[in-house]
Design a binder for this molecule. Structure first.
Ligand code: URA
Length: 242
């Protein structure tokens, strides 16, 4: 009977070690042992009777934690940085003992709403394109968008490796003197630098970017660098999305 067995990388992700993909890398790198033996190959299945160690530390089930953070600008959305820059988990206080990591990414110079968790399954679900979580950004751009350009952004921009899905764009304000504008853009994908690239594709450089909403979640009540736990209801609602 194999029914309670799960793949080693899933067991690691569930225990909050890292995302499933990162866990696979750790397995390949020889950092993981099962019942005292280093396992490097993929596909090994484990259950609660197996003794799993990561870098010699036993795997324990952590309490699942779901955190909403207001990421400051000038911070890497990762748990460590090889150039020793500030990372998002530096902002967590002692009340967060679990090994949480960000779900997706915001650029170093982008501020705003980002979720962190130690629930690998949850993170994978939310990052899956099928989930279609709307993400709303406010961008300060150079110049003023024409109606034609707004239409292009909304219809979808063709890039080398993908075409952006239909989006919503709204000009919030314009500064005629400085020749800049503030634009709200809602997309549900998460390609690298997608918002900046979309504006660039219609001829406007983004000079400041902030993520204001993630699905129904907002930054209400938070200031830059602060965080809160999601409520049970919020977690349940996010999990329900199919
Ligand atoms: N799009 C970007 O260009 N940057 C981000 O950080 C997020 C979305």
């Amino acid at each position: 009977m194999n029914s309670n067995k799960v793949r080693l990388q899933k067991a690691m992700a569930d225990a909050g070690v890292a995302s499933r993909r990162k866990s696979e890398q750790m397995i390949a790198d020889g950092e993981v042992s099962v019942n005292g033996k280093i396992v490097r190959e993929m596909g090994v299945k484990v259950d609660h009777s197996d003794k799993i160690e990561v870098n010699g530390m036993p795997l324990r089930s952590e309490k699942k934690r779901y955190i909403l953070m207001y990421k400051p600008r000038g911070v890497i959305s990762a748990v460590k940085d090889d150039k020793d820059r500030k990372v998002i988990t530096d902002f967590l206080k002692e009340d967060v003992e679990e090994r949480v990591y960000p779900i997706g990414r915001l650029d170093y110079d982008t501020s705003g709403l980002i979720l962190l968790t130690n629930d690998g399954e949850f993170a994978n679900q939310l990052m899956h394109p099928r989930y279609h979580v709307d993400k709303t950004y406010v961008a300060k751009i150079e110049g003023v968008l024409t109606t034609e350009e707004i239409k292009k952004l909304e219809k979808g921009i063709k890039f080398k490796d993908y075409t952006s899905a239909p989006a919503k764009a709204k000009v919030l304000s314009k500064d005629a003197k400085k020749k800049t504008s503030l634009v709200r853009l809602t997309i549900h994908e998460g390609h690298n630098h997608q918002v900046k690239n979309m504006f660039q594709a219609v001829g406007h450089a983004v000079t400041k970017l902030s993520r204001e909403k993630y699905g129904f979640l907002t930054l209400d009540g938070l200031v830059s660098g602060k965080y809160r736990d999601l409520t049970r209801q919020e977690v349940a609602l996010l999990k329900e999305r199919k």
